[in-house]
Design a protein. Structure first.
Length: 241
């Protein structure tokens, strides 16, 4: 009787092994299917990421092209004798907090005036808009200064002022008299931020605008200032050598 029992046990074991193999086979299939799904998801994710990067690169390129066109327009306007309208925000001092306050005032003013100036189709129209907005700009400046718990006075000025040579990226505006809107905070003894309101370069890239003296020579030219590009100037100097 022991042999049939042993045979039965072996048969049960063989059945168990067969079932186990089937189960493992199903699990391996499911695992392989799961891995395949993960691979597909990763491929889709990478494809989407690639598309996003391409879009960002295209957008950045388009933006740089647009900015280059605007810079060229400024140069052409100056060369043809047309006027520019500059925008300057002058800090109370060069203290870090005063410079930060200057930037806060700048941002608040540009946020307010940019939609209206964006509609301007001419220099005269921009002049009218800025004349109307001048009290608004002053009030905005006061509110920002109060928010910063400062008691600095502030004034806005619109007219023609003498400026030293300044750089705007690769663009150089020589020293001379320019039409401008100026916001003077407190004593107005700090470094200033500037951009060009017409054409509207201020709204191309706020963080790119600078007010850096070129060669430290503020001199005043005897004739109308001519806009030039830094790269061109350097090439001319190189060939002169």
């Amino acid at each position: 009787m022991s042999k049939p029992i042993l045979t039965l046990d072996i048969m049960k074991l063989e059945g168990f092994v067969a079932r186990r193999e089937r189960v493992l086979g199903v699990q391996e299939f499911k695992h392989a299917d799961y891995v395949k799904r993960i691979e597909i998801i990763l491929i889709i994710f990478l494809a989407v990421l690639f598309q996003v990067e391409v879009f960002h690169a295209s957008f950045a390129y388009a933006r740089s092209v647009e900015q280059a066109k605007d810079l060229l327009e400024v140069a052409q306007m100056a060369e043809s004798g047309e006027d520019l309208i500059r925008f300057h925000v002058i800090a109370n001092s060069d203290a870090e907090e005063d410079q930060a306050l200057k930037r806060a005032v700048r941002d608040a003013i540009l946020e307010e005036i940019s939609p209206q100036l964006a509609q301007s189709q001419s220099l005269e129209q921009s002049r009218r808009i800025l004349t109307e907005l001048r009290p608004v700009m002053e009030e905005i400046s006061r509110k920002v200064i109060e928010t910063w718990s400062k008691d600095y006075p502030v004034k806005t000025e619109y007219g023609k002022f003498i400026f030293p040579t300044k750089s705007y990226g690769s663009l150089i505006l020589p020293a001379g008299e320019y039409e401008a809107v100026r916001v003077v905070i407190g004593e107005g003894k700090g470094s200033n931020w500037w951009c060009v309101l017409f054409p509207p370069l201020c709204f191309v890239d706020i963080g790119h605008s600078t007010a850096q003296p070129v060669d430290g020579k503020p001199g005043i030219p005897y004739e109308k200032p001519k806009v030039r590009f830094w790269i061109v100037e350097k090439l001319v100097q190189l060939f002169k050598l």
